[in-house]
Write a protein that binds this ligand. Structure first.
Ligand code: ATP
Ligand code: MG
Length: 375
């Protein structure tokens, strides 16, 4: 856990003084990723550098695992945190492998262990160790160097990671892949991470919580969903973008909006006539045909009129399958694309889990708004 308690940082004195961080208070819970977000110069890097005492604190306190960092030896503190710096900062005279191994060497790991760990991390950041381990930084592209920087930060398996725009120099396709890999890794390792970014998309993707800064002040600290749907002020809403409701759709999962007990379910063995009657009585324009827990397709009154067979022979199949873990955005996209307003949703085993409609999606979004007024 990292606690920032009224943290203020001045650079310079008198007329030329700059307030890089202004009375910042929030905490990063153990195992969570907090993304520091905000425009250039808002104090993100400075806050990170104070966290491992590369920069002094003007006033306030930072506590790590409930210990005031001023009571911890700075070298020891730094060894306990992985740090990926904004400017990459590889040692030009060391090979890639030696760059990754800097902290393990300081910690006096044995050679074998260091080599295994280095290769493992180079694989992780998609740099084949056979090709890259003995090269020097100048022989790598900027994006490749940055990946070495990430590997170096992870090398000694620290509980805490400070990452300053770690993927900033990597092209969009590779960046997406590395973000995905990193998320998978984090799901297993559950590090406590302070992650600097100025990219709202990256922040939404990587963060458990987002801290948005303006001119050194913390403007809002909350989950990506809440930041998007309930921005604290105009600065935040401008920063997250006018399409913030669409961004939320990429973040919420279908299971967040699913109707687990829909009324418009009919059984494969039912016949057309009685189903039509039932649908007319209940005013259903659309029904989903199930055989056990498998979805066969859908029927409408129009389709059933003048038919006599069983629904299993009449149902029209759905053009797309949706799963509970997919983003709501995909459900909306399927609805728009196929002009179907009600889709069945499958669980991980392909069994029917419920349905999703425009209304369900809108409700899920509005609920995020609504909480605001309850508080
Ligand atoms: N060593 C320093 N001496 C004087 N001023 C500094 C120093 N380091 C940072 N600053 C100032 O403090 C403010 C915050 O800088 P910081 O590097 O933390 O911003 P940032 O949010 O990381 O920006 P970016 O997104 O461009 O990396 C800026 O106004 C910067 O000019
Ligand atoms: Mg910075």
């Amino acid at each position: 856990m990292i606690e920032y308690d009224s943290v203020t940082k001045f650079f310079g004195v008198g007329k030329n003084a700059v307030t890089a961080n202004d009375n910042v208070t929030f905490e990063i819970k153990q195992g969570e990723t907090a993304v520091f977000l905000g425009p250039s110069g808002c104090g993100k890097t400075t806050l990170l550098r104070m966290t491992n005492r590369l920069e002094s604190i003007s006033s306030g306190n930072i506590r790590v695992a409930e210990k005031n960092i001023m009571d911890v030896n700075p070298q020891k503190l730094r060894l306990s945190m992985g740090y990926v710096i904004q400017q990459i900062g590889l040692f030009p005279n060391k090979t890639i492998a030696d760059n990754v191994a800097v902290v393990p060497k300081m910690l006096k790991w044995n050679k074998e262990k260091i080599k295994d760990r280095t290769d493992e991390l180079l694989h992780l950041v998609k740099l084949d160790p056979k090709i890259y381990r003995d090269r020097y930084p100048v022989e790598l592209s900027g994006g490749q160097q940055q990946r070495v920087g990430v590997a170096r930060g992870l090398a000694a398996d620290p509980e805490i990671l400070l990452m300053d725009e770690p993927f900033g120099a990597i092209d969009p396709i590779n960046r997406n892949q590395i973000q995905d890999e990193f998320l998978k890794l984090q799901a297993k390792l559950k590090k406590t991470i302070a992650f600097v970014s100025h990219d709202i998309h990256e922040a939404i993707k990587m963060a458990d919580k987002i801290a948005i800064f303006k001119d050194g002040k913390l403007v809002q600290f909350d989950t990506p969903e809440v930041i998007l749907m309930r921005p604290a002020n105009k600065f935040v809403s401008d920063f997250v973008g006018a399409d913030r409701a669409l961004k939320v759709l990429g973040l919420l999962k279908i299971r967040d909006a699913i109707n687990p007990h829909p009324k418009n379910i009919v059984q494969a063995e039912s016949n057309a006539e009685e189903t039509l009657k039932m649908m007319e009585e209940q005013g259903l324009k659309f029904a989903i045909v199930l055989k056990g827990d498998k979805v066969l397709g859908h029927v409408t009154p129009k389709l059933l009129k003048y038919e006599q067979g069983k629904l299993k022979d009449l149902a029209e199949s759905f053009p797309e399958e949706l799963g509970t873990r997919e983003p709501l955005r995909d459900a909306l996209s399927a609805m728009l694309l196929h002009d179907v307003m009600n889709f069945p949703v499958m669980d991980d085993d392909g069994k029917f889990a419920g349905t999703i409609s425009y209304k369900n999606i809108q409700k899920a979004i509005l609920e995020l708004y609504a909480d605001d007024h309850d508080e």
